[in-house]
Design a protein around this ligand. Structure first.
Ligand code: FAD
Length: 469
């Protein structure tokens, strides 16, 4: 009987345990992607980026003689009807770890199993399943470094090659057209401006990994802090959609480490930050929606997303060059350098005393590498409300940070056009991407700071003190 391979955030053919198992089962394999409410509700940029990934995967499957079947609707209902139509004896998928997916997948598994279908979930999105990493006293890690120490020496199975042959059914179930799904509909920022900044699909992701390990990993420890330099892998957009597996990254990093590449260990550590974020989301799902440390519940954040300061932050016109450069980088490319993410998040939650959820939501709308676990952890880290977070009294100074990490002004010039005689192409592209109603032009005078940095810092510290932190 056929196996339905239900694809979600595992949009690749290599190192794909669920796909391997489906092929090994013997019958035809029917790869399916379902546009359910969860996918519909994605932010503009991640949804658009997902559409591009599906298109690429569809082509890769076609090259392998197979297909990607697209269906819209409630996943449970769609799978049941596909099982009935195709006579499938098995439904396989790779696990997700957010609470909504867990609940849905459990119900589907129970229901299908009760009707005699072999419904099974596989690993693939993480290096270590969350229930396999425990502290000495039991329970999950709330602090990163001990978790790193616990997993750094673990064996991680060698990545599996893509199956040589994907068996196909005699009759394919009907598929919808990807173009009808309008995955880019909410992408107001010029999609054509954003497109050149994406590396879509498995082949590009593998090339990116190879380039990074060949060229950049040695200098990663230093270069990763410099937003003006391409010193990081850029793989987050591929990892979040599963266009590459974390095992493939881990093994490439380990090889580089054995060959003596200096930055390799630092990079492996970053992969474990991703694991840390996932483990936290699995064990404490409220990290997605509420202060992880509940004592922050009574803190008087600004919760008005239409506050002029918040709007200035979103539109990259706070008058603070590091912040504005970073917000514009994200709007154009769908990406933002990690140091810049820390700066803009600190600035929003501290200098502007605005709730991290507002920043989390804006990132969710703008990032093509949006990831539920890493985004939530990153925001709560910056705000001080999260596990292993930056101490609340640590308020990044975006001016000194810019001097330190962008000493020659490469990054700020790349993204800020105002006041420059011949602005960089990238800085101009921002004005091509933004909606007209923002009323910004490259010829404007660069704005004065909406909040003086020193004043903002003092105000935040006074508020923490008043709260008794
Ligand atoms: P590299 O430096 O090459 O690192 C390799 C991989 O390790 C990354 O691709 C990523 O998967 C993982 N990684 C690196 N740093 C982190 C980190 N701090 N936390 C978790 N995983 C990490 N990352 C996302 O993938 N999606 C998000 O939505 C996201 N939102 C963030 C929000 C805030 C406020 C902050 C501070 C960080 C956020 N990050 C997010 C983490 C980090 O900024 C990005 O993963 C990183 O910039 C991606 O660039 P890269 O692929 O070149 O990473």
């Amino acid at each position: 009987t056929p196996t339905i391979l239900w694809l979600r955030r595992d949009l690749r053919l290599g190192d794909h345990p669920a796909l391997r198992a489906a092929c090994a089962r013997g019958g035809p394999v029917i790869p399916v992607f379902i546009l359910d409410d969860g996918v519909e509700a994605l932010g503009a940029a991640p949804k658009w980026r997902l559409g591009l990934s599906l298109e690429t995967l569809g082509k890769a499957l076609a090259r392998a003689g197979s297909r990607l079947v697209l269906r819209r609707g409630d996943a449970h209902e769609v799978l049941k009807s596909l099982v009935a139509k195709t006579g499938a004896g098995a439904v396989y998928w790779s696990r997700l770890y957010d609470p909504a997916s867990i609940e849905r997948d459990k119900a589907i598994k129970a229901d299908l199993t009760a009707t005699g279908v072999d419904a099974r979930s596989f690993a693939g999105h993480l290096l270590f399943e969350p229930w396999t990493v425990e502290t000495k006293t039991g329970g999950y890690y709330k602090v990163y470094t001990p978790m790193w120490n616990a997993v750094r020496g673990r064996d991680v199975a060698t990545p599996e090659a893509a199956p040589k042959h994907i068996p196909v059914p005699e009759n394919w179930p009907e598929s919808e057209e990807l173009s009808d799904w309008q995955m880019g509909a909410a992408m107001q920022r010029g999609a054509e401006v954003c497109l050149p900044h994406q590396q879509i699909g498995e082949v590009r992701a593998q090339a990116r990994l190879a380039d990074f390990v060949d060229d950049a990993i040695g200098g990663y420890s230093e270069a990763r802090n410099l937003p003006g330099v391409e010193g990081t892998s850029g793989l987050s957009e591929n990892l979040t959609l599963g266009e590459i597996s974390p095992r493939q990254c881990w093994h490439a990093g380990q090889r580089a480490r054995h060959e003596g590449a200096k930055g390799a260990e630092t990079w492996l550590k970053e992969l474990v930050w991703r694991e840390f974020a996932y483990h936290l989301m699995y064990h404490t799902p409220h990290i997605l929606t509420d202060n992880w440390r509940r004592e922050w519940d009574s803190f008087a954040w600004n919760e008005d997303a239409s506050h002029p300061h918040v709007v200035a932050w979103q539109q990259g016109r706070t008058g603070v060059p590091f912040v504005d450069a970073a917000m514009r980088e994200m709007y154009v490319t769908g990406r933002m350098h990690n140091r810049a993410r820390m700066i803009v998040a600190s600035y929003l939650t501290k200098h502007l005393m605005t709730h991290w959820k507002i920043g989390q939501r804006w990132f969710e709308d703008c990032l093509t590498d949006w990831d539920p676990a890493s985004n939530a952890m990153g925001w709560q880290w910056a705000a001080g409300s999260g596990p292993d977070a930056a101490p609340y009294f640590r308020v990044f100074n975006p001016e000194t940070q810019l001097k330190k990490f962008d000493p020659d002004g490469v990054y700020s010039r790349r993204w800020i056009a105002e006041g420059q005689i011949s602005p960089a192409r990238t800085a101009i592209s921002y004005f091509e991407a933004i909606p007209r109603r923002w009323r910004m032009t490259a010829e404007d005078t660069y704005p004065a700071p909406v909040v003086a940095l020193d004043e903002g810092r003092k105000r935040a510290l006074a508020a923490y003190q008043a709260r008794g932190f």
